[in-house]
Design a binder for this molecule. Structure first.
Ligand SMILES: NC(=O)c1ccc[n+]([C@@H]2O[C@H](COP(=O)([O-])OP(=O)(O)OC[C@H]3O[C@@H](n4cnc5c(N)ncnc54)[C@H](O)[C@@H]3O)[C@@H](O)[C@H]2O)c1
Ligand SMILES: N[C@H](CO)Cc1c[nH]c[nH+]1
Ligand SMILES: [Zn+2]
Length: 445
């Protein structure tokens, strides 16, 4: 008998119309992030320890949390070579294929410089400059994610970042995952460190003897990683971050004609990430919801990570809605990291979507293709942050600087407007910086 045969697997089916406001809120609430207050305290202690003791703290914490006694923290050239030699040629080719497609999309979607004459003699420009020192975090706690090295490394290199460091948890045998190392090499990451969790984030934010300080930290991770990113970004001496990218989640909107086997497989693809993941299905069809419920439980029993997925399913929902219009309203309220539209005409729904990290249209677009190799980025805002944040892109690794140049004629045109507004704000020095120049122009005219 399969060990999962006896596992209690369930995913709750509810009717949205019958839920009161509190029950609706509960249905759309993400799983608690391992007791928020305790988490904040624990992470603050880890960050402080790294700030105070640098490399010694990193070795101590890695021994405690990752069960590995590290000597050198940085991955040496020989380990990259050994990783490359150990990988199957097909896997290396798949990593290269994915990298090429991610590069194609990210290069095309990169911001461009702008130059506009907003009045005769008044030129305003936007120039782009890379963030100089960036730190990438690639998870490897429950599953090493070489695809995340691609998703972060490709845009960092396209943006032209000068120092690109990458941290990923070390295995108990003292090595990093081979495919993560190969992906880092393929995209052109400069240095890789055998560090995971909050301690890796602290090392990149403040720098240690071995790990260079970074200006901005990118990447997903578990609760400790995400909380550490939030804490270091609140400290002016720490580092900026891309966004809070925590436990994976997906929301699927499906109509009566959707294939329950496909829908169940999509729900499970994100449920298997971790016990704190969440998946939601919205459909106006009771038959489809019941079929997906049965199919999800059946497929879950077949998965190597079925136990993990089952825990995520226990805090997930299948919700009967009145219409696809109501499904869109509920989805916008939830603001999912991933949104899959398995309906007859998904493009017809697209305009109504206000908040989502990434959208997948139609029966032949599983979320997995975005995770790996369609070309879009899989580092996306979770926990409702899609209401205000976007996924990682080349722009995330750039600063947009505005430039303006005004000729004498231009100042004659826009000077009076400036002076009037300065006067209204009672900022006399601002006004004079214009009027003194205008007077000089008048005198010379
Ligand atoms: N939002 C996104 O874009 C996105 C993308 C990929 C993955 N993810 C998510 O990233 C997460 C990856 O998590 P993971 O755990 O597999 O790997 P991880 O690399 O984020 O975390 C592993 C590290 O956590 C630390 N840790 C473990 N137990 C600890 C404890 N008790 N106290 C303090 N630190 C501890 C260890 O140092 C370890 O190195 C998953 O939740 C996945 O869903 C999100
Ligand atoms: N679905 C994850 C983002 O939430 C990314 C990922 C990496 N590997 C597989 N999936
Ligand atoms: Zn995934």
């Amino acid at each position: 008998m399969n060990t999962l045969d006896s596992l209690d697997i369930d995913i709750r089916l509810q009717d949205w119309a019958r839920l009161d406001e509190r029950a609706r809120e509960a249905a759309l609430t993400r799983p608690a992030q391992s007791q928020a207050e305790a988490l904040k305290r624990d992470v603050a202690a880890l960050v402080a320890e790294v700030r105070q003791d640098g490399d010694a703290a990193l070795r101590r914490l890695t021994a405690r949390l990752d069960r590995c006694q590290l000597d050198a923290l940085e991955v040496p050239a020989e380990e990259f070579a050994a990783a490359e030699a150990a990988l199957a040629p097909e896997l290396k080719a798949a990593i290269e294929e994915a990298a090429a497609r991610i590069k194609l999309f990210h290069a095309a979607a990169a911001p461009l410089p702008v130059a506009v004459d907003t009045a005769a003699g008044v030129r305003v420009e936007r120039v782009l400059r890379p963030v100089q020192r960036v730190g990438l975090y690639v998870p490897a706690g429950s599953a090493p994610l070489p695809s995340t090295a691609l998703m972060l490394g490709v845009p960092a290199v396209l943006a032209g970042c000068r120092e690109i460091s990458l941290c990923s948890p070390v295995r108990a045998d003292g090595r990093c995952d081979e495919a993560v190392l190969y992906a880092a090499k393929v995209v052109g990451v400069h240095r890789v460190f055998k560090l995971g969790g909050a301690q890796a984030v602290a090392a990149m934010a403040y720098g240690t003897a071995s790990v260079p300080k970074c200006d901005k930290i990118f990447g997903p991770g578990n609760s400790w990683v995400t909380e550490a990113k939030l804490q270091v970004s609140a400290d002016p001496q720490g580092a900026a971050i891309d966004m809070p990218a925590g436990p994976s989640e997906v929301l699927v909107i499906a109509d009566a004609a959707a294939n329950p086997v496909f829908v169940a497989s999509d729900l499970l693809s994100q449920a298997e990430h971790g016990p704190d993941s969440q998946v939601i299905l919205l459909s106006p069809s009771s038959e489809l919801l019941q079929a997906v419920q049965a199919e999800t439980i059946r497929q879950c029993r077949e998965l190597p990570r079925g136990e993990v997925a089952a825990r995520a399913l226990s805090q997930s929902r299948l919700l009967k809605v009145e219409s696809l219009t109501q499904a869109i309203e509920v989805s916008n309220r939830y603001a999912p990291e991933h949104l899959i539209l398995q309906v007859a005409d998904p493009r017809a729904l697209l305009d109504g979507i206000e908040s989502a990290g990434s959208i997948f249209l139609g029966a032949w677009t599983p979320e997995s293709v975005g995770d790996y190799c369609s070309g879009s980025n899989h580092v996306l805002p979770t926990y409702g942050y899609a209401r205000s944040y976007s996924g990682v892109s080349v722009a995330s690794f750039q600063k947009q600087i505005t430039v303006q140049e005004v000729s004498a004629e231009g100042l004659r045109r826009i000077g009076p407007c400036t002076a009037l507004l300065a006067e209204a704000e009672q900022l006399e020095a601002h006004r004079r910086a214009v009027t003194l120049r205008l007077a000089t122009l008048e005198a010379g005219a």
